[in-house]
Design a protein around this ligand. Structure first.
Ligand code: AMP
Ligand code: TRP
Length: 327
C-alpha cells in the first residue's frame, strides 16, 4: 500500500482555503493508503508563538482533523514535536541543503520581509524540516495546496541528493494537489490567497465560523460589474473564486456551472455558494465541539505518536547508518 504524509501548522484559525486545499482531500486517502497526518507545531515556531496559545491550538487542530472525517483506526494522527526523529532528520536535511536554494524560496522571502531586522533562522531552514517530515515515512504522495509546490520540489531535490551521496535510503515523493480548491482566494482581494493571517476577517471564512458569519462574508465578497457568471481568473477573479469554491464542494465542472448560471445574477451564485459552504462546515463544527475537550482525543494522539515513532525511527536509523553517524 502506498504511503501518504501531510501536515498543517497550528499557527492560526484554519480557513476554508486550508480545508478545500488540504484537509478535505486527506480524508479519502485513508481508505486506499497508509496515511500519516501531522500537526506540525515545530514549523509553527519558525515565527514567535505564545506558548499557551500554541499548546491550545495543537489539540484544537487535532480535533479539527478528526471532525473533518479523519478516522484514527485507518490513519495515523500525531503531533510533530512528540516524535523526536523529525528534528533529528531535520538537522540531517539542513546539512544536505544550500543557503542559495533556501534564500530563493518564495515563502521564506514573504515571511522574512514581515520580520524586520531579526529574521529567525528557522524561517530559512523550514523546507529541510518539511522534507524530513515527509521522508521519515517514505511517503509516495503528499497532498497539499498549490502554495506548497516549491517546498515539494525542494523536498524531492534533497531526497535525490541524499540518495545520490549515501545510497538509496529515501522514497522520492510526489505532490498531489486538488483541481478545484487548490488555491482559495481572499473574498475581499481575490487576487491574494485566503490566509489564516489576514487582518481583515471578512476576507476569510474560518472553518469554525458560525453560519451567519459565513453567509454575511460570502454576500459581501468582491465581484465585478459585468454581471456574467463565467470562470476567468484573470479578468473576473472574484466570480472565479466563488465558482472554484462551488466546484470544490459540489464536484461540478466550471463548464457545467456556467451553463447552470447562464442568465443568473451574482446574488443567486452567492446564495448557493453560501448554502454549500454552510452545509459542508456545519457538521464539522458540531463534531469539533464534541471532540475538543474529550479524553478520547488524548488517547488518539498518544497512539498516533507511538505508531509514527515506530515508522520514523526505522527510516532515521537507515539514514544515519548510511552517513556513517551510527556506531
Ligand atoms: P498552512 O496554513 O500554511 O499550514 O497550510 C496548510 C495547508 O493548507 C497546506 O497544504 C496549504 O497548501 C493549504 N492552504 C493554505 N491556504 C490555502 C488556500 N488559500 N487555498 C488552498 N490551500 C491552502
Ligand atoms: N509547509 C506546510 C504549510 O505551510 C506545512 C507542512 C510542514 C507540511 N511539513 C509538511 C505539509 C509535510 C506537507 C508535508 O502548509
Amino acid at each position: 500500500m502506498n504511503t501518504i504524509f501531510s501536515g498543517i501548522q497550528p499557527s492560526g484559525d484554519l480557513t476554508l482555503g486550508n480545508y478545500l486545499g488540504a484537509l478535505k482531500n486527506f480524508i479519502p486517502f485513508q481508505d486506499t493508503h497508509e496515511c500519516y497526518y501531522c500537526v506540525v507545531n515545530q514549523h509553527a515556531i519558525t515565527v514567535p508563538q505564545e506558548p499557551a496559545q500554541l499548546h491550545a491550538r495543537t489539540t484544537e487542530l487535532a480535533a479539527i482533523y478528526l471532525a473533518a472525517g479523519l478516522d484514527p483506526n485507518k490513519a495515523t494522527l500525531f503531533v510533530q514535536s512528540e516524535v523526536p526523529e523529525h528534528a533529528l532528520l531535520g538537522w540531517v536535511m539542513i546539512t544536505t541543503s544550500y543557503v542559495g536554494e533556501m534564500e530563493r524560496m518564495t515563502q521564506y522571502k514573504d515571511k522574512a520581509r514581515k520580520q524586520g531586522d531579526s529574521i529567525p533562522l528557522g524561517l530559512m531552514t523550514y523546507p529541510p524540516l518539511m522534507a524530513a517530515d515527509i521522508l521519515l515515512y517514505q511517503a509516495d504522495l503528499v497532498p497539499v495546496g498549490e502554495d506548497q509546490r516549491q517546498h515539494m520540489e525542494i523536498t524531492r531535490t534533497l531526497a535525490e541528493r541524499f540518495n545520490y551521496r549515501y545510497g538509496e535510503v529515501f522514497t522520492v515523493p510526489e505532490m498531489w494537489a486538488p483541481k478545484g480548491g487548490a488555491r482559495v482566494m481572499s473574498l475581499q482581494e481575490p487576487t491574494k490567497k485566503m490566509s489564516k493571517s489576514d487582518d481583515n476577517r471578512t476576507a476569510t471564512i474560518y472553518l469554525l465560523d458560525e453560519t451567519d458569519d459565513i453567509v454575511r462574508k460570502i454576500k459581501r465578497a468582491q465581484t465585478d460589474s459585468e454581471s456574467v457568471i463565467r470562470y476567468d481568473k484573470e479578468n473576473k477573479p472574484g466570480v472565479s473564486n466563488l465558482l472554484s469554491i462551488h466546484a470544490a464542494i459540489s464536484g461540478k465542472s466550471f463548464a457545467e456551472l456556467e451553463r447552470d448560471y447562464d442568465g443568473q445574477g451574482y446574488g443567486t451564485l452567492k446564495k448557493d455558494v453560501a448554502d454549500l459552504v454552510v452545509g459542508e462546515l456545519e457538521p464539522i463544527r458540531r463534531r469539533y465541539h464534541e471532540l475538543v475537550g474529550s479524553p478520547e482525543l488524548g488517547r488518539i494522539l498518544d497512539e498516533g505518536r507511538d505508531k509514527a515513532h515506530a515508522k520514523a525511527s526505522v527510516t532515521y536509523r537507515k539514514a544515519v547508518e548510511a552517513m556513517g553517524l551510527y556506531r
